[in-house]
Structure formats: structure tokens, C-alpha cells
Design a protein around this ligand. Structure first.
Ligand code: 9MR
Length: 570
């Protein structure tokens, strides 16, 4: 199928760009926008190349031309028609009629789709809740009974520790039933950042952050975050260190949580510098976000964060549990970036609580060298967390020198993202598609949106527009013609590598989940997935076995949630 567009929609006042692959498709050079009644509302010409890119895309083999219908601003449902095609590769497509034009499925032009997607994303965290019942009134056909209580679980033998622990609650990490602090930390930290930045923007967003109770959004974003934080607090050991993960003894099959309970023991594994610092960073952020609503909870979070930080200072290189028998590794032996995040978050929290003590003094002393050691990146993930440090420092007002330095570094990063976007056929700043490329693209969008907040209007708008182009990729304008969010469009994944979706007896997968997407490393090759071609950009398949391209994960949903939320603040 030769037309590449956002399958969900475009926003009225934003640029609206699609691409046509002319390699096996002889476009005549024109296109039309058709409304739901079948009338042509706009006609335009295709222009060779995309953004700054001309020629054959090296990772997809496509020769893309651009159609721009930014002039269409009325809300409604539309499709794109490209006349004059002789389709070779796809001649059986129902979308190609006898007159030889290609017409896409319908998509929206509206202000509301971003908001609906935001709600769907937030709700996807609700669906990932472990240990609690999901009642039908909120979960609809995906209702499920409580399971995986994790109230009284033992420690893996590698820990040499007797007894049991209460590790209930929290979100499942991904398509598996593990609960991991490292990845939970960056995910909840990203959502907390969204709360921080969106706090005073507008009434609609304030409701998303503070009010739940509807089918669309059972819990406010803060309540959803708190569900994870309560689990985090349980994962802190007496000495301040934080356990690494809760894992089944062996990998679960595609069975329900209840069946998993019947078949498997669940265990606590490890206590590392990374898990303890991710905890410290996230909990310190939480103390700021929850201060006004619940000062007692905020203090609990801050005390727990300080205790964790203290443990990490004494144990600065405690490694991850090298065990992947029943859960993912999340192995990382580089700790500077986690220290930076934790210190930046604690710096903000201690100032916020007016605790100008010796810990704060010491942190202030160390932050400049943290900045030195951890240059700002395009985005953050479970392994490289320094951007959380940079963003938190850029957004605080307690130390203007640090603020300036952070803003300056991130502004340069944003300029580089924009420059690279101009060189890529699909407008991405990604130069190699790795595991979770949709998370990466969403993180790039998030960085641009954050930086746009302190630019003048013109520069700010440019960054916002660039961020939209990255989301266009996630929502369908990509070489595999797929909207990577479940339930969002006609092309959304039907068979994600997601145990909850495959064990609930419901045909439709749980909605609002982001799959990893194109991943040229194809680590699932031994499962024989049917990738549509050999080129790196074709490394995605909507098959359950493809854990390397079609698994969902909370750390890919969270930057998308944050980016959508910030777009709604505009
Ligand atoms: O997202 C993780 C990716 O960056 C790693 O390369 C990959 C292999 O270690 O693991 C991914 O995370 C998976 C985790 O290990 C287990 N739960 C599912 C996660 C998403 O695929």
C-alpha cells in the first residue's frame, strides 16, 4: 500500500503531510482529499521527497513524495485519493478501484483525537494493574478478576534470604507478568513529569491529571501513578535499598494471571544501585507532585527517596540480578545517569519542602559534575536516565544558573533533533531502529515539547510541529503502514505480544497500548516471525511471537502519554 499517513488523524491548525511511495506506484503527481460524502474538498500536487530527503529511503526502499493538505482545517473525516496509479505490488487491494486510483481509509481532522488518545493511553496503565480486580464498569469487555496478589512472596534463592515480602500492586511491565523497578521508575517518572508540566495549563488537562471516575478514564493520572508508587514503596527494604523485580519463576505462557497463579511461584529478585536510584528519582518527583493534595504522602515519598539515595551512596555499584529465567534483564552497569536523575529530583524536592539541609548542600555541590559526566540526550529510557535530570533542572526556579545551563543544553539537543528530522525520509531523528523504537520516537517528541515551553512563539511552534511529525510516524505514517497503538485505528496491532490480551477470551487486544515497533535487530528470529521484508525499516510484524517488534511496554506508553498531554496544553 503506497500511501503513508497518520491513520488516526491530524489537528486542524497543524501541518498535514502524507507521503506516497512512487517506486511501484505511478502517481500522476496530484492528490485529492475526499470527505465522508465522497466530495473532493481539496486538490494538491505531490512534491518529490519528504522534509529535506530526496531519493530512495535507505531503510525502507521507498521513493517517497509528499502531499500537503495543511489548508484543510474543517473538522471531519477524510481520506486521501491519489489518481493515476498502476499498482503492481498491491494489485489485489480493495482500495484500488477500476479507475486506477488509490484511496486510503478515513482518518480524522479534529482537535479531539489527541485528547482521546491521551485518555486511552492513561487507561492502558489501568489495564496493566496487577493484583486487583478490573471491574466491568471501567474495564468493559476486558474486565478481569484479581490475581497475582504478591502479598506473601519469597526471595529467589540467589538472594540467600529467608522469609517473605509484601510486593502487591503495581503495573505489569509489558507483555509479561513481571514488575520491574527500573522500568517502572522511568515510566512513572515520565508520567510525573507530565503532571508537573501540565499542572496549570488548562481545565481539560487539569481534569485528566486530577479527576477520574469515567469509563474513558477510570482514574485520574495522579491516582494511576499512585497505584504504582504504592507498589514502589513496598519494594523498599529496611536498609533503604530497593528490590529489583518481582518475577515468576519461569516465563509464563500466554495464560491469564489467574492461571499463572496456579502454575507458578512469584519471587523477589535482586537489589541494585539502578533500581534504588530510579526509585529515589521517581519518589522525589512524586513528593513535589503530591505535595498540595496529600502532604503526608509527599513526605513519605521524600523520606523513602532520601533513604534510597543514602543506600545508593553506600552501594554505588551494586549490579542487577543476572537472571532472566522468568523475566527481563534490564541490565545496566553504568550508574552516573541514575545518580544524576536522583540528585536532580531530590534537589527540586528538598527545595520545594524548604529543607535546606546538608544533604541539599552536598547535592548542589555534585550536580555540576553530574551535568559534566552525563551530556543531555535526545530522550530517556530505562537505561539512560540523565534527561530526566536535565529536564527537572531546566524546569525548576531554585537555582537559575543550573536552570540556564540545563535549558541551554536541552535547547541544543532539540535543535539537533530538528536537524536530523530534516534529513530523514520519515522525519525521525532515529538513525537505527532498535527495540522499542516507538518509545524512542515518542521520547524525541517529548523532548521537543518540553523545550518548546521556554522558546519564543515562533521557535516554540516549530518544535511543536516537529513533535507532531514524530507522532505521525507512531500513528501510521511509517514503512509498515501500521498504527502502533492498539485499538486506535484500522491498522492497529491485533496480535501484540501481550499475555493479558491473549488470555482474556476477547478478540480485540486491550486498547491504548503502544507496541515496540520497528526493530532491525530482530531478536525474535528463532520464533520465525514473518517480517514483510529484509530491509531494516521493515522489521515489524503484527504477530504474537514477535516480542522484539510487537510487545507492549509501559516505558513506551509513558513518553507517548506525556507528549500527548503536553500537546493538549498547547
Ligand atoms: O525494552 C527492553 C529493551 O530495551 C531491551 O533491549 C530488551 C532486552 O533486554 O528488553 C526490553 O524490555 C523487555 C523486558 O526485558 C521484559 N519485559 C518486556 C520488555 C519489553 O520487551
Amino acid at each position: 500500500m503506497p500511501v503513508r499517513y497518520n491513520h488516526v488523524g491530524y489537528v486542524p491548525e497543524a501541518p498535514k503531510i502524507f507521503f506516497v511511495d512512487v517506486s511501484d506506484f505511478h502517481a500522476e503527481g496530484s492528490f485529492e482529499i475526499i470527505d465522508e460524502k465522497g466530495s473532493t474538498v481539496y486538490g494538491g500536487s505531490l512534491v518529490q521527497g519528504t522534509f529535506g530527503y530526496k531519493g530512495v529511503c535507505e531503510y525502507s526502499g521507498e521513493n517517497l513524495w509528499t502531499g500537503d493538505f495543511s489548508a484543510v482545517r474543517s473538522e471531519g473525516r477524510y481520506s486521501i485519493r491519489v489518481p493515476g496509479c498502476f499498482v503492481q505490488a498491491d494489485s489485489t487491494s480493495e482500495n484500488v478501484n477500476s479507475r486506477g486510483f488509490y484511496q486510503t481509509e478515513f482518518f480524522e481532522i479534529s482537535d479531539s483525537w489527541i485528547f482521546s488518545q491521551l485518555q486511552a493511553n492513561i487507561k492502558s496503565f489501568f489495564y496493566q494493574r496487577s493484583g486487583v480486580e478490573l471491574p466491568e464498569i471501567f474495564a468493559g469487555k476486558w474486565a478481569r478478576p484479581a490475581a497475582h496478589f504478591d502479598r506473601n512472596i519469597g526471595f529467589h534463592k540467589m538472594m540467600g534470604r529467608e522469609g517473605s515480602w509484601d510486593a502487591r500492586g503495581g503495573w505489569y511491565d509489558a507483555g509479561d507478568y513481571g514488575k520491574y523497578i527500573v522500568n517502572g521508575g522511568i515510566s512513572v517518572g515520565t508520567l510525573l513529569l507530565a503532571c508537573l508540566l501540565g499542572a496549570d495549563s488548562n481545565e481539560k488537562i487539569s481534569r485528566v491529571i486530577n479527576e477520574g471516575g469515567s469509563f474513558e478514564q477510570p482514574f485520574s493520572l495522579k491516582e494511576e501513578i499512585r497505584f504504582e508508587l504504592d507498589f514502589f514503596l513496598r519494594m523498599q527494604d529496611m536498609d533503604g535499598g530497593v528490590f529489583f523485580k518481582v518475577s515468576p519463576e519461569h516465563w509464563d505462557g500466554f495464560i491469564s494471571p489467574r492461571d499463572s497463579d496456579l502454575l507458578q511461584k512469584r519471587l523477589i529478585l535482586g537489589k541494585s544501585t539502578t533500581s534504588t536510584l530510579n526509585f529515589a528519582g521517581a519518589l522525589a518527583q512524586a513528593s513535589v507532585v503530591f505535595r498540595k493534595d496529600d502532604s503526608a504522602f509527599a513526605s513519605t515519598c521524600l523520606e523513602a527517596a532520601l533513604k534510597a539515595y543514602g543506600w545508593a551512596l553506600k552501594n554505588p555499584d551494586e549490579t542487577w540480578p543476572h537472571n532472566t529465567e522468568g523475566s527481563g534483564g534490564y541490565g545496566d552497569e553504568h550508574y552516573d545517569d541514575e545518580f544524576f536523575w536522583a540528585r536532580a529530583a531530590l534537589f527540586c524536592a528538598l527545595n520545594e519542602m524548604d529543607r535546606k539541609d546538608s544533604v541539599l548542600e552536598k547535592i548542589l555541590e555534585l550536580l555540576p559534575s553530574d551535568m559534566e559526566k552525563n551530556p543531555a540526550a535526545f530522550g530517556m529510557d530505562w537505561r539512560d536516565t540523565q534527561n530526566m535530570g536535565w529536564i527537572l533542572l531546566a524546569e525548576q526556579n531554585y537555582d537559575l544558573e543550573l536552570q540556564n545551563r540545563a535549558r541551554d543544553a536541552l535547547t541544543k539537543v532539540a535543535a539537533e533533533i530538528v536537524r536530523l528530522q530534516g534529513e530523514d525520509a520519515y522525519g525521525l531523528a532515529i538513525r537505527r531502529f532498535i527495540w522499542g523504537s516507538n518509545g524512542e520516537a515518542s521520547n524525541h517528541a517529548l523532548t521537543l515539547l518540553v523545550v518548546s515551553g521556554w522558546q519564543n512563539e515562533l521557535n516554540g511552534k516549530k518544535l511543536v510541529d516537529c513533535s507532531r511529525e514524530m507522532l505521525n510516524f507512531v500513528y501510521g505514517r511509517n514503512p509498515v503502514n501500521t498504527c502502533f497503538v492498539t485499538g486506535a485505528a484500522w491498522s492497529s496491532p491485533r496480535n501484540p505480544h501481550h499475555r493479558l490480551s491473549h488470555s482474556d477470551g476477547v478478540d480485540d487486544p486491550i486498547p491504548g497500548l503502544v507496541v515496540g515497533g520497528i526493530n532491525c535487530d530482530r531478536q525474535d528470529g528463532h520464533r520465525a516471525p514473518h517480517y514483510p521484508g529484509d530491509l531494516p525499516g521493515l522489521s515489524y510484524t503484527d504477530e504474537r511471537c514477535s516480542f522484539a517488534s510487537n510487545e507492549t511496554a509501559i516505558n513506551w506508553s509513558s513518553p507517548l502519554t506525556a507528549a500527548l498531554l503536553l500537546l493538549c496544553c498547547r
